[in-house]
Design a protein around this ligand. Structure first.
Ligand code: SAH
Length: 216
């Protein structure tokens, strides 16, 4: 797979579109600019890779829209070198953007097919996240606490384990809802048992499902 001049041009145009729809963090935009999104899509979608759209990535799942990736990364609001846990590796695109931000990235995926694909792709791009095949509802206690946790699938409720694995001052970014759309929430841990909850815009995600997938 190559990152050609035309891809770079389309990417610059996409960054302009993201600015127009409200993304203001230039570090986030710069990270997105350094991750060729077309590498994460089947070649059939290549020409559309820089549109603000979600696409099928196999196993009934989708790669998030660039705006969603940008907004969730903005909401995490971390510094280079901090630790972040992602739930839902999927295509690996959001994971790559987190790596490009300079974070220490852990990511969990429950679909074997996607887990198997993401690792080699990210490695070929020089990114080194720690990937796990498992159930994100449980988080990853062995590597907690995390400065940030980002859930990239729609949850019907906020998993207790994820709140418990946040560092004090850390933030969980999670879409919550039981219909086709979810509200984006942030939960900042301000004390052992205190969280500052904030509601952001509406987004559409595939559902967060329990356990590892069995032949889905
Ligand atoms: N961050 C991904 C988004 C993929 S869609 C990207 O940039 O492409 C959301 C992903 O969450 C899907 O791959 C789905 O299989 C996964 N998922 C859903 N429930 C999960 C759970 N409990 N644990 C881990 N992954 C989960």
């Amino acid at each position: 797979m190559k990152d050609e001049y035309r891809h770079k041009g389309l990417r610059r145009k996409m960054l302009e579109d993201l600015r127009v729809i409200g993304i203001v963090n230039e570090e986030v935009l710069d990270a997105i600019n350094r991750v060729p999104r077309h590498f994460f899509l089947s070649s059939a979608f290549e020409q559309f890779a820089y549109q603000n759209k979600a696409f099928q990535i196999g196993a009934g799942q989708t790669i998030s829209k660039p705006h969603t990736v940008a907004r969730q990364t903005e909401l995490l609001d971390l510094q280079s070198g901090q630790k972040v846990l992602e739930i839902g590796t999927g295509s690996g695109f959001q994971c790559a953007v987190l790596c490009a931000m300079g974070y220490k990235v852990y990511s969990i995926e429950r679909q074997r097919l996607l887990f198997d694909k993401a690792g080699p792709l990210l490695a070929s791009m020089g990114f080194k996240p720690q990937l796990f095949y498992g159930d994100g509802y449980k988080g990853k206690a062995a590597f907690a606490p995390f400065d940030g946790i980002i859930v990239t699938c729609g949850a019907t409720e906020v998993p207790e384990a994820l709140l418990n694995q946040l560092a004090i001052g850390g933030k969980l970014v999670i879409p919550v809802g039981d219909g086709e759309m979810q509200w984006m929430y942030t939960f900042e841990r301000t004390g052992e048992k205190e969280f500052n909850r904030q509601k952001h815009g509406e987004f559409a995600f595939v559902p967060m499902l329990a356990e590892r997938a069995k032949g889905e």
